[in-house]
Write a protein that binds this ligand. Structure first.
Ligand code: PLP
Length: 388
């Protein structure tokens, strides 16, 4: 069997309703800064179960808005995981802060909160300022534990929830905590890149329950300019008057893309259910396949990625490409990137992350992957590992 076109590891799903939503906005009075923005924010906040949502140009801009709103300064130290997309760390560098890493737990590939504790305890209180945990692959970080650490050591938390819209974990009180709901983290961020659950091309969102941060995010997203007389230093200047109060950016998400986001959001639960269905099938097949190792899972897993670990990862990657299956590696550890090595990090610093990286591969995982395609992927993996 030869499949063409190739099967990617992730891809967007665009329906006619999505196309109509974008077209309607193109024909409206507003391409940007119109009514779709607030509507997308309102509906997204409702979906996540959080008080405030602020749309941004992309997930990286959302992260930068967070570090700006938290006043990250030169010399401040922030801890994140080496197994994430570089942006989770870069947002600290944008503000001149120092990125520190804690190794992963090899059973989940999430940041190991015990390693974070060891790092925090080996320095005086006040040495570190923040923590950026990542709901990697869609598996929610235990933010209850992270919050306890943060409170003990005086840290803020930005939850990088790019992989986990709709994901959740159950806290020690039996409460379901949805990723990005703002109950435990100060801020959370999402991305609407085409491989993510909700696609707007480029796009992102910050969520929070904190009114003070919400207001700063709005200001920072639009040049630091306010048009709200209630917030002005000098009100009553005339209808045209606006005030630039601090150095902000243009990190807006245009109405056309917000309209697409709203339309996509209506199918978010269906997409998540399909991802979980695909994961169950992979789990069943790979649990019984010698040579394939899986990460720990949970009922609230949102499955942005489906990851296997094999001895010969390079071999499996290359073999799958000959079969038109475009698997991918998530991630090259951030501390091994030349930019971070110039800052002093080196191979050997985080052995669990480096060992994970040697063996991991993300298989196709997206809602429109058909059953037949999935069976084909599974059989190709079986063919490779059964050769030994
Ligand atoms: C996608 C992603 C980002 C960045 O999002 P963009 O919209 O591509 O800027 C940040 N963190 C993680 C974990 C991501 O997967």
């Amino acid at each position: 069997m030869f499949l063409s076109p190739p099967i990617p590891y992730g891809r967007q799903h665009i329906t006619e309703a999505d196309e109509q939503a974008v077209l309607a906005t193109l024909r409206s009075d507003f391409l940007t800064q119109g009514p779709q923005v607030a509507e997308f924010e309102r509906q997204f906040a409702e979906y996540i179960g959080v008080r405030y949502a602020v749309a941004a140009s992309n997930g990286t801009a959302a992260l930068h808005l967070c570090t700006l709103a938290l006043n990250v300064q030169a010399g401040q130290r922030v801890i994140t995981t080496p197994i994430t997309f570089a942006a989770s760390a870069n947002c600290v560098r944008y503000c001149g802060g120092e990125v520190h890493f804690a190794d992963i737990d090899p059973s989940t590939a999430l940041i190991d909160l015990k390693a974070v504790r060891r790092l925090l305890e080996s320095h005086p209180r006040g040495h570190f300022h923040g923590l950026i945990p990542v709901d990697f692959a869609g598996l929610p970080v235990n933010l209850e534990e992270a919050r306890q650490l943060a409170d003990e050591f005086g840290l803020w938390i930005i939850e990088d929830a790019c992989h986990a819209p709709g994901g959740s974990f159950v806290d020690s009180h039996g409460q379901e905590q949805r990723c990005g709901n703002g109950q435990l983290a100060d801020l959370a961020i999402f991305s609407f890149h085409p491989v993510k659950h909700i696609a707007t091309g480029e796009g992102g969102m910050v969520t929070t329950n904190r009114r003070d941060l919400y207001e700063r995010l709005l200001l920072l997203r639009t040049h630091g300019i306010t048009k709200d007389p209630a917030h002005m230093h000098r009100p009553d200047q005339g209808g045209w008057y606006m005030e630039m109060q601090e150095l902000g950016y243009n990190y807006r998400l245009p109405d056309m893309l917000c309209a697409l986001g709203i339309s996509q959001l209506q199918r978010a639960d269906d997409g998540l259910a399909r991802r979980r269905e695909l994961a169950r099938r992979y789990d069943e097949e790979f649990a019984a396949m010698p040579g394939v190792q899986l990460l720990q899972t949970s009922v609230g897993h949102a499955y942005h990625l489906y990851i296997v670990q094999v001895a010969d990862r390079r071999g499996l990657y290359d073999f799958l490409r000959t079969k038109q299956i475009f698997a991918q590696v998530h991630y090259i550890p951030v501390h091994l990137m030349p930019y971070y090595q110039e800052l002093g990090w080196k191979a050997g610093d985080f052995p669990h992350a480096e060992a994970y990286y040697e063996h991991c591969l993300s298989l196709p995982m997206f809602p429109t992957l058909t059953d037949a395609e999935q069976v084909y992927v599974i059989e190709c993996v079986r063919e490779f590992v059964s050769r030994g």
